[in-house]
Structure formats: C-alpha cells, structure tokens
Design a protein around this ligand. Structure first.
Ligand code: ADP
Ligand code: MG
Length: 141
C-alpha cells in the first residue's frame, strides 16, 4: 500500500466492510494486515469485507477453536486470531507457518501475542466511538 497513513470514520458495519474492501485492493501475495481493536470493535467485520473483495465466498467469522483458517479466494487468504495464543505454546516452532505462506494474503486479529511471529505490511487500528461509530486508522509500512 503506497498511500499515506489515514484515519477514516465508519458509521455502520457496511461502511467498515467497504473500508476492508478498499484495503484489500492494495494488497498482494505475501502481504500481512494486522487488525487491532477491542472485542466488538469490528475487526472481523473489516476482514469480512476484505475477504469478499478478494473473492472469498464462504462465511468469514473469527477463528475460535484454531489459530487460523485459510479461505480460497482469487488468491489464498489466511485469517488468524491470536487472542488465545497466550494460552497455547507460542514457542511451538512454525506455529503460524501453515497460514502465513508467501502466496497468501493474511489478516491477523488480536496480533499482540504474536508480535514476534508476524511481519506486517499494513496495520489497522479500530477504535469504538460509541453506538455504531468507529474510527479506523490504516498505517502502512
Ligand atoms: P471484533 O472482531 O473486533 O470482535 P466484530 O466485527 O466481530 O468485532 O463485531 C463488531 C460488531 O459491531 C458487529 O456486531 C457489528 O455489526 C457491530 N457494528 C456496529 N457498527 C459497526 C461499525 N461501524 N463497524 C463495524 N462493526 C460495527
Ligand atoms: Mg473478531
């Protein structure tokens, strides 16, 4: 992504999905997008919009019982949620290798526990603004 860092406003889940789709259009294989924000901020919603734009038609929900899932889109898409990584053995070598492959575009929810394991190309921070309002920062490397 080559644009400057941006702070966007969203007033609806649909708008957050559209922002995800806009981010997706700037990505290519090997890109990793970290998506930060509290529970209910809209991380999965934004990633769902990005996945749709990348041609993923299957349901996009937070991976709950695994660290991640892979979807078939126009390119392979990986969707990780590292919330539970602190409970798992983060020392397991290659824990994320099946997801973060050079041919895939990856989205990582709750990336903090995996900060040392993941090299990001884009960071997204979502802040809850009350009701349906969200502030979405897109930070490019
Ligand atoms: P997270 O993955 O960050 O825990 P989710 O995307 O699963 O969050 O959930 C966000 C919830 O907030 C959804 O129920 C969604 O419909 C709702 N919501 C309301 N307004 C917005 C908005 N502007 N952007 C994203 N989600 C919103
Ligand atoms: Mg989620």
């Amino acid at each position: 992504m080559s644009e400057a860092d941006r702070r966007l406003r969203s007033e609806s889940p649909e708008r957050t999905e559209a922002i995800g789709a806009e981010i997706a259009r700037t990505l290519g294989p090997g890109d990793v997008v970290l998506v930060e924000g509290d529970l209910g901020a809209g991380k999965t919603t934004l990633i769902r919009g990005a996945c749709r734009a990348l041609g993923v038609s299957e349901p996009v929900t937070s991976p709950t019982f695994t660290v991640g899932v892979r979807y078939a889109g126009r390119v392979p898409v990986a969707h990780l949620d590292l919330y539970r990584l602190e409970d798992l053995d983060a020392e397991v070598p290659g824990l994320l290798d099946d997801y973060l492959t050079p041919d895939a575009i990856a989205f990582v929810e709750w990336p903090a526990p995996g900060a040392d394991l993941v090299a990001a190309t884009v960071r997204v921070e979502i802040e809850h603004g009350g009701g349906d309002r969200r502030s979405i920062s897109v930070i490019c490397r």
